[in-house]
Design a protein around this ligand. Structure first.
Ligand code: TRP
Length: 452
């Protein structure tokens, strides 16, 4: 592989947008509210914020750094930065390969629901503040095996045809223009939700923590969310990092993306929870929460149908940016390591996701009783990837950088060979990845999985 002919981002702004496009997605609009609702609200949010700052951000910085230093896919990267080292460092990339497929299998299904809701919104079928009606519409969608599969395949066809041609102009240009619109729409939604009668109960659910609700399992879920949100722990940021420019300020880019991503999640939370309490929805409704609540807020405002449609379109677009970054992990591995060619690598990946996606898509119908660890395939894939593989990948990356790669090389990489004066910052990040992050991830993982 020739470095100069390798694909890559073309401008500093392009890097920022693509990285943000990877971070912002269904994680903010669907996962963050569902998990916050199901895990007791503000206490969960607090732990999630801590996990993001103390673990997520440092891991994001060093993972991206490894990618840029190696300029290769997630598997080959460790051959380059860890030549002649133990085999297990090289397994990080393969773990990422597996995690990417697992995440895509359920993520594409949720994206399918979003696509379906674009049409339901247009047809006025979800314009209701009645939780019974809203719940029935969602239940009907997911209980139908055929439409579940078809929507997932539509999503895979869309993202597959984009990834095949590289990220280039298409998606980068689209997300760059439309993401700000999603942000504005969320602000409008918040304003409406916050002025609903009874909205304050939602705010206190979101912002006044009840420490008793913070159990080890809750902490593990919050940590998993922090990884999921920042697209770290499975080689995704590593792969994107390999497309970064040499003079990109990695710590700064990561910090900006983290803050922007957090604000989208918080906006989504503030759009949803006041409405949950105002209209009497169940905060712990799980994956269906957003699909019932958001339409209710729009229904309660003028021009609802139009804005609701727009909202689901923008969410669909956000999901595309995130899925592309997930797809890029296996696609880069397959094309660079097996010489498959971009097109064949993309098709192989899409086919694998489609196959794994079948049990996930049918989790509310045909495979609902197919339980492993008391979870249906959809929940199992989500749990295994977010709560097991991502933290595990995160630990390995931290241990590798903290104990094998070392501070001098890290300082050289993160300062762009001395061009940036960020030594103090780099030392702090180093301490976090050498001690704080791996120890806390290990403790949370073992406790949360009830292994000790
Ligand atoms: N961060 C994205 C979201 O919140 C999802 C995502 C993209 C992701 N790439 C990833 C999650 C890599 C884990 C790992 O929607």
């Amino acid at each position: 592989m020739n470095q100069t002919s390798r694909d890559g981002f073309t401008s500093s702004f392009g890097v920022l947008v693509a990285t943000l496009g990877s971070a912002v997605g269904l994680g903010n609009i669907w996962k963050f509210p569902s998990l916050t609702g199901a895990n007791g609200g503000a206490g969960f949010l607090l732990v999630y914020l801590l996990a993001t700052l103390l673990v997520g951000l440092p891991v994001m910085i060093v993972e991206t750094m490894l990618g840029r230093a190696a300029r290769a896919n997630a598997v080959s990267a460790f051959d380059r930065v860890a030549p002649r080292r133990q085999w297990w460092w090289k397994s990080i990339g393969w773990m990422g390969f597996a995690a990417a497929l697992l995440i895509l299998a359920f993520y594409s299904e949720v994206a399918g629901w979003v696509y379906a809701y674009v049409f339901k919104a247009m047809a006025g079928q979800i314009a209701t503040t009645d939780r019974q009606v809203a719940g029935a519409v969602f239940a009907e969608l997911v209980a139908n095996p055929l439409s579940s599969l078809l929507w997932q395949w539509v999503v895979l066809a869309v993202t597959g045809s984009i990834i095949m041609f590289g990220v280039a102009r298409g998606i980068e240009a689209v997300t760059r223009r439309l993401m700000p619109l999603l942000f504005i729409l969320l602000l409008v939604l918040c304003a409406r939700s916050l002025t609903l009668p009874g909205a304050s109960a939602g705010l206190s659910f979101l912002f006044s923590p009840d420490l008793a609700k913070i159990t080890p399992a809750v902490v593990l879920t919050a940590l998993g969310l922090a990884f999921f949100k920042l697209s770290i722990g499975m080689g995704c940021m590593l792969t994107y990092g390999s497309y970064f420019r040499d003079n990109q300020n990695i710590p700064l880019t990561a910090t900006r993306v983290m803050f922007a991503d957090l604000s989208v999640s918080l906006l989504a939370g503030m759009a949803i929870f006041p409405a949950v309490f105002a209209f009497g929805f169940e905060p712990a409704a799980g994956p269906s929460l957003v699909f019932m609540t958001i339409p209710a807020v729009f229904t309660a405002m003028p021009g609802g149908t139009l804005f609701m449609t727009l909202f689901f379109i923008l969410t669909a677009i956000a999901s595309v940016g995130a899925m592309l970054s997930l797809l890029e992990v296996p696609v880069a591995i397959l094309s660079e390591r097996f010489g498959l060619g971009r097109k064949r690598a993309s098709l192989t990946t899409i086919a694998a996701v489609a196959a794994l996606g079948v049990p996930a898509a049918l989790s509310s119908s045909l495979t609902s009783d197919l339980k492993v660890l008391a979870m249906n395939p959809f929940d199992l894939f989500d749990f295994l990837s977010s709560n097991v593989l991502l933290p595990l990948g995160g630990i390995m990356v931290c241990l590798f950088v903290g104990w094998v790669y070392g501070l001098p090389e890290m300082a050289r990489q993160l300062s762009n060979d001395g061009a940036l004066r960020n030594q103090r910052l780099v030392s702090v990040v180093f301490l976090l990845v050498r001690f704080v992050a791996p120890l806390s991830i290990a403790a949370v993982l073992l406790h949360g999985l009830k292994l000790f």
